[in-house]
Design a protein around this ligand. Structure first.
Ligand code: CU
Length: 661
């Protein structure tokens, strides 16, 4: 009997290898289309799977022998799964557990037919939020769905990306059968100084990057080892914090202050956002004192965990669960600490160091109803989609960033020898005009609304202001002694503080923003290294709209043609936000270029292959982080004396970012 199973599996594998990308794209589009309604009968294949496919009967298509499928079916048949039409939060342990069983089911499918059929079945039988999360994570990590482009989350679950006012108008438009395109405003009024930077925290591209970052690098991940995951947790959030501070300075606000457990949370937040099911997101007034959250954590425990972590930093080692020690006073220490602070499954002692980041998100999210007296749903801090809207998000991350800075500041400053690459002398860097502006961006809301087969669709859209910049480029003029591969890193950092005093190098270096890292070749003599903003390895272009993805896949399937290729990585800082806003009179930034040896590359082919060009904050999917040096090099360590940066291979100059209204 073993043989028949193997032969059947082989046959299926051969057939599925031919299943083309267009078909897969169409199937994923359809699985995510109006997830709170039933699968329409026009999607006959998926509809049939949802109704007739019995997952237990197809466990020969599971590489785990059906363990995950049987587990999920047991939960379903015993009515233990979360109901449909209910909010979902990844931080809720039970809800996460359910979503992760589905992730397990999908990641163990040996062919796409089983993948889409199981997905269709569980879409109809599980909570929709759990389903969407599981499908996004599975498509991100499965080998079966490599070239599939995930639709923008803001068009799949618009409730988590726009505000209640817009959603209400969309419902009214549908009720009256009148198409509409509604302006989405940022939360707050001019009386709230924090509102000046709402365009950043509420940017739907930034929200999407954040949620996708956490899907690429889930804290619960137990699959193949992800390279430098803890360090990336530090780095992605450190850059988010540095960028937020640069936006604040662009708007005459001081850098964001850290959160303190013993102090009130200074800024409140009114989300103006509703769940599709579960009512309004809770509101938090200004100056709320921290309260213990029933069933989650006590504030005194958070203080305790903080002091254990800072103790480890002061000692220079972590105490692992088995009592052994891991030294952290080295380049690898930040990776260990990132895992511990988040905490991820890579933390070597969760019982002792806890889960500072994850618990803090939950505590902040529940401050409006910490004792569950009012049956409030989770707060914006309890979803990666919505967390950056709340000014408390950046306070929390500044708090953790400061803890990790204590560690970095303990390490010896880089010496001239460590920074010098004597083969190259940068003689000049010319940068074209750096300017930013606001533009209107439109996206589709139709997935926010329920539909049935006999009701006509009405076009409902929203438009929102978003920051963008003029394309720019820079030319690096470099003299080389001999041919070599080189690593180029480009940073900007604000030159002045909020009082217009020049910042010391040791202050601004921690706020340095990575604009680009890339690898190229230099030849003996004079070189001009040309680079365009659009090539930046920290950003991704605008996402392809859901309607475009649907149109392209349907057309390709109907015509039997190949699908036009789009960037398929969803993790990456939005390209539009590459530059901070700057000011109308022109804001001064240090512009740094440092060239070091090509030996810093973790892949041999980086001079000819940019590995998807979104590795700056998101690494290379399934591979090593491309830059062997610590993330943030050379600004990750103290710089007690600026003169150490006076190197032939390093160039610093002042540039101006001008905002045009
Ligand atoms: Cu995050």
């Amino acid at each position: 009997m073993q043989w028949t199973v193997v032969v059947a599996a082989l046959l299926v594998a051969t057939v599925s290898a031919d299943t083309d990308v267009a078909h897969k794209q169409q199937s994923i589009n359809r699985l995510l289309y109006k997830v709170t309604s039933h699968i329409p009968s026009t999607f006959s294949h998926l509809k049939e799977a949802a109704e007739t496919w019995n997952p237990r009967e197809h466990i020969d298509h599971c590489s785990d022998g059906g363990t995950a499928v049987n587990h999920l079916m047991d939960e379903l048949e015993h009515h233990r799964l979360l109901e449909q039409h209910h909010w979902f939060s990844l931080f809720n342990e039970r809800q996460r557990e359910e979503a992760l069983i589905l992730v397990d089911v999908l990641l163990h499918c040996t062919d796409f037919e089983a993948f889409e059929s199981n997905a269709a079945y569980f879409r109809e039988h599980m909570n929709e939020g759990e389903f969407v999360y599981a499908l996004y994570v599975a498509v991100t990590h499965s080998d079966l769905t490599h070239d599939v482009v995930l639709p923008p989350l803001y068009e799949v679950t618009p409730h988590l990306f726009t505000n209640s006012e817009v959603i209400d108008k969309a419902y009214a438009a549908k009720m009256t059968n009148t198409p509409g395109n509604f302006k989405m405003e940022f939360t707050g009024t001019k009386k709230n100084a924090e509102q000046r930077v709402a365009y950043f925290g509420e940017d739907i591209g930034l929200n999407s990057h954040h949620v996708h970052w956490h899907m690429d690098f889930p804290f619960w991940w137990h699959g193949d080892k992800i390279d430098r995951k803890g360090e990336l947790f530090f780095w992605a959030h450190h850059q988010l914090t540095a960028r937020y501070d640069a936006e604040r300075l662009s708007n005459y606000l001081p850098p964001v202050d850290s959160l303190y457990w013993a102090h009130p949370i200074r800024d409140g937040f009114a989300p103006h956002t509703s769940y599709k099911y579960g009512g309004e997101f809770p509101f938090r007034p200004d100056n709320k004192e921290f309260e213990d959250v029933d069933g989650v954590a006590h504030i005194r425990d958070m203080k305790e965990i903080e002091s254990r972590i800072r103790d480890a930093i002061a000692h220079g080692y972590i105490i692992n669960a088995d009592g052994s020690h891991t030294d952290i006073d080295n380049d690898h220490g930040i990776d260990v600490l990132g895992d511990i602070i988040e905490s991820s499954t890579y933390s070597t002692n969760v019982a002792y160091y806890g889960a500072l980041h994850n618990q803090a998100h939950r505590i902040l999210g529940a401050q409006s109803d910490p004792h569950h007296k009012f049956n409030m749903p989770p707060g914006v801090m309890e979803h990666f989609e919505t967390a950056t809207r709340d000014p408390a998000f950046f306070r929390l991350h500044k708090y953790m960033d400061n803890i990790l800075k204590e560690h970095k500041d303990k390490l010896p400053p880089y010496t001239r020898e460590e920074l010098l690459y004597s083969n190259v002398e940068i003689t000049d860097v010319d940068v074209t005009e750096l300017s930013t502006f606001f533009e209107e961006f439109e996206f589709d809301l139709s997935n926010a609304l329920d539909s049935t087969e006999n009701v006509e669709e009405v076009s409902v859209k929203t438009h929102v202001s978003r920051l963008n910049h003029k394309p720019f480029s820079f030319n690096i003029h470099a003299k080389a002694e001999h041919d070599d591969k080189v690593t180029v890193r480009v940073y900007i950092a604000p030159q002045y503080d909020e009082h217009h005093f020049p910042l010391d190098v040791d202050d601004f270096r921690w706020g340095a923003i990575l604009l680009d890292t890339f690898w190229t070749e230099v030849h003996e003599g004079n070189n001009i290294i040309k680079r365009k903003s659009s090539e930046s390895s920290v950003t991704i272009p605008d996402r392809v709209s859901f309607s475009q993805l649907i149109h392209d896949a349907d057309a390709a399937v109907a015509a039997g043609t190949e699908l036009e290729h789009h960037a398929d990585r969803s993790c990456g800082h939005p390209h539009r936000l590459l530059l901070p806003k700057g000011t109308e009179e022109g804001m001064h930034f240090w512009f740094y270029v440092i060239i070091t040896s090509g030996e810093d590359a973790a892949h041999d082919d980086l001079t000819v292959n940019d590995h998807g060009s979104t590795h700056g904050y998101c690494g290379v999917h399934g591979g090593k982080y491309p830059d062997k040096r610590p993330m943030g090099f050379p600004f990750d360590r103290r710089i007690p004396d600026l003169r150490v940066l006076f190197l032939p291979n390093l160039s610093m100059q002042v540039v101006e970012i001008t905002h045009r209204s």
